[in-house]
Every structure is written in structure tokens, then in C-alpha cells.
Design a protein around this ligand. Sequence first.
Ligand SMILES: COc1cccc(Cn2ccc3ccc(-c4cc(N)[nH]n4)cc32)c1
Length: 240
Amino acid sequence: MRIDVVTIFPGYLAPLREALLGRAIEAGLVELGVHDLRDWTHDVHQAVDDSPYGGGPGMVMRPQVWGEALDAVLGDAPARLVVPTPAGRPFTQATAQAWAGEERLVFACGRYEGIDQRVVDAYAQRMPVDEVSIGDYVLVGGEVAVLVMVEAVVRLLPGVLGNPVSAQEDSFSDGLLEGPAYTRPVSWRGLDVPDVLRSGNHAAIARWRRDRALERTAARRPDLLDALPDHALDRTDRAF
Ligand SMILES: COc1cccc(Cn2ccc3ccc(-c4cc(N)[nH]n4)cc32)c1
């Protein structure tokens, strides 16, 4: 997979070259390009924003600069264009799974009050464009959202995670939250590891883990339970 990011703060994307993602890039599993939007300005001030038509607070990012930058970065290769915005569709594990199958992702990181809508509209005429939100809170720009989304996608690529099974058994992959996890020591500050996890009874362990996941999901994210298809819950699950 090739990933390109266009931003006025390239340094914000430096963490993508650290740790697991950095190793995936070094191993050639992912190619990453980070581009400074201001490289496509032509004025001495390198202006990328202007006042909003219709008035209102803040500034909007100019379409011309974005058009030149995205034309240059995209070239003729097909790609999915992703534009983080608080007004976007929710980015979920299902989104990450879908994007993990893409050859190429290009992320347009806005700042100020966002990017002129015509940039999305123009590129949507010739490629898939997703305006996505990573949560119901407002950030200052798209860079942090891109860090989140790139990590969620790249970890799903074959060869990236040391233990690939865990990507299939993720939180959310079965529609439930992950239950509690424990490791040594057996007792810590007067708190003990649940006996069942040390019993060696794998059926009992699987049942206990599912019960804890259901319990946690019912308590913290009842919306996920409501969204589960009927066949996803068996008779013993229905106690939650
Ligand atoms: C566009 O409308 C906006 C309204 C008020 C502030 C901002 C600031 N801003 C600029 C670019 C940008 C990109 C993404 C996000 C963002 C995403 C999520 N989930 N929260 N916040 C915020 C961004 C934009």
C-alpha cells in the first residue's frame, strides 16, 4: 500500500515513521509520502487560506493550492482520497478493514475551518473521496486524525503485526468491546487473576471472556449491542 499525506505541518506526521509503522515502511509493506502543501503556493506569503464567502469566523483553505498539490501527488495512479473533518462519516474498524484493501490512500489534512468544498467535489468526479470523522469532538486540523486512521489501517496489512490473528480478534471485529486482560503476577496489590484464566479449561475460558466482553459492551457501549445482528448472540449471551 502507498500512503500520501498533504499538510501544512509535515512534522506532525513524523510519528508514522516510528515503531511498528516505521518498521512496516522499512520492510516495504507500506510506502509513505508526506508533502508540504505550501510547496504549491506561488506567493511570497505562501498563502493557503482566505476569508469564508458568506462571512463567519475563521478562514477557509483555498481550492487552487489544494488542486495543484493533489494533482501533483495523485498523478495518474488510482487512489482513494480521504479528507478528515468533524462533519464526516464516522471512521470505524469496518472503515479500516475496507481501506486496508486499497492500493493507495491519499490524505488531505485541512486546518483553519477546513478546505473549500469544491476540492472534495472536484476529485469526487474522478475517484472515491471519503470525508471522515474520528469522533464527536473538534480538533484543530486533520493531522492527528490521519495518525489515528493510518495506524488503524496499516496494522491490518499482512506482515505488519507480529501476531496476525489478533487483527481478526480485535475489539469490534466481533462487534463487542475487548474484555479485561491479565498477566503475571497471579496476585498484585491484593488483586488476583480470575481463577478460570489459570484453569486450563479452554471452553470455560472462552465463555468467561465472552461474558466479560458482553458485560463491558452492555455497560459502556449499549449501542454496539443494539447494532449486533440477531445471529451474533446465542442463547447464553442473551443474559446481558
Ligand atoms: C471542517 O469544520 C471545522 C470546524 C471547526 C474546526 C475545524 C478544524 N479542522 C480543520 C481541518 C480539520 C480536519 C479534521 C478535524 C476533526 C476531525 C474530527 N473527528 N474532529 N475534528 C478538524 C479540522 C474544522
